[in-house]
Write a protein that binds this ligand. Structure first.
Ligand code: AMP
Ligand code: MG
Length: 337
């Protein structure tokens, strides 16, 4: 049975450290989503992550460090743009792709010569990383293709008997995974949007590009900057349709046209009066939606519905990150009017 740790006492930290050093996995909270972590320097421990999550081996892992001073032990900072991004956005919900050093096993990076580096700002994550004294490779704590874990009660059954310890840090504050950025020709390129937005990066660097794949389906064999874009993601078991219109009457029309007798509407308060099988309010601001969405997608599966119609948001600021996740949640079943 998986044990849930509520407090990081010294004796609990010792248990977690020996778990990590014995090549086992620990689930821990961060400000974005829960991570399922292993010693990043140990190939066997890292391989367990792929097995337990049923994650494709060509989808690289992010390495989590206790502070940014550690980065140069595992990766090369090659230019001023990378340095400025580190200085501004770390610690925080931000992952930077850097050239890797030889001490990072190739299983962590899926044979790429780069590694994703993140320094979480969440206190519990920081304490855990500091105490174990090794870098922790960790993807989101969910079986591959499922919504990411943002609450222990959502994920504990998924990993029962596979992971011995989960550190419970309550609900993830942000609720969406980190912004993933790679610097190409001295310009930051967002591979995965997140809480740190294009606009935030532009304020510091001047120019920031967004990968064309962020809102597009990627063909299975294509070459992409970020292999994670290739896979089905963030999906409940129930079929989903994502809809968006800047005009309320058009949005309502789109929803009504696509409703059937067992449809859940997952959206903001303004949709609550549309007659349907079940309405679920996902929040009324981008921050609330980001915080709630993965938990609610999991909840939706409990109603035995035929379809979930999800209200989309404007694709800017944090809205771009929300739409990047929801378009994959819906398996690119998307209508705009
Ligand atoms: P997850 O750990 O599930 O949040 O996913 C991590 C994301 O970061 C995936 O989309 C990966 O493709 C991406 N990623 C991790 N390492 C690299 C890397 N070295 N180069 C490009 N993308 C990466
Ligand atoms: Mg993930």
């Amino acid at each position: 049975m998986t044990k849930i740790i509520k407090e990081l006492t010294n004796s609990n930290l010792e248990i977690l450290k020996s778990e990590i050093l014995n090549q086992n996995l620990v689930i821990f909270p961060t400000e974005t989503v829960y991570g399922i972590g292993a010693n990043a320097l140990d190939k066997i421990a890292v391989e367990k992550i792929f097995k337990v999550k049923t994650r494709a081996i060509n989808n690289p892992l992010i390495v989590h460090l206790k502070d940014k001073a550690e980065i140069s032990k595992y990766a090369y900072i090659e230019n001023e743009v990378e340095q400025k991004l580190i200085d501004t956005f770390m610690p925080g919900p931000f992952t930077l792709i850097l050239k890797k050093q030889p001490n990072i096993p190739s299983s962590v990076t899926a044979n790429l010569d780069t590694v994703g580096i993140r320094v979480p700002i969440n206190k519990i994550a920081h304490e855990f990383l500091k105490f174990v004294e090794v870098p922790i490779a960790a993807p989101s704590a969910n079986i591959s293709s499922r919504p990411s874990g943002t609450k222990v009660s959502d994920i504990k059954d998924e990993f029962n008997y596979l992971v011995n310890y989960i550190i419970d840090g309550g609900e993830s504050e942000i609720g969406l995974e980190s912004t993933v950025v790679k610097v190409v020709d001295n310009t930051p390129l967002i591979l995965r949007p997140g809480f740190i937005t294009k606009e935030d990066i532009e304020k510091v660097i001047g120019k920031c590009l967004v990968s064309e794949h962020v809102l597009k389906e990627v063909k299975k064999d294509s070459q992409v900057e970020s292999p994670g874009m290739l896979y089905r993601h963030y999906a409940p078991k129930t079929k989903c349709l994502l809809v968006y219109s800047a005009s309320f009457p058009n949005l309502k029309k789109l929803i009504i046209e696509n409703l059937d007798s067992k449809t859940i509407i997952l959206g903001s308060d303004k949709l609550k009066d549309i007659p349907c099988y079940k309405f679920i309010n996902y929040g009324n601001t981008l921050l609330e939606i980001s915080h709630n969405i993965f938990h609610l997608l999991r909840q939706c599966d409990k109603y035995n519905a035929n379809l979930i119609i999800i209200e989309g948001v404007k694709k800017e600021g944090l809205g771009l990150a929300i739409m990047n996740r929801l378009i994959r949640t819906s398996n690119f079943n998307y209508k705009e009017l």
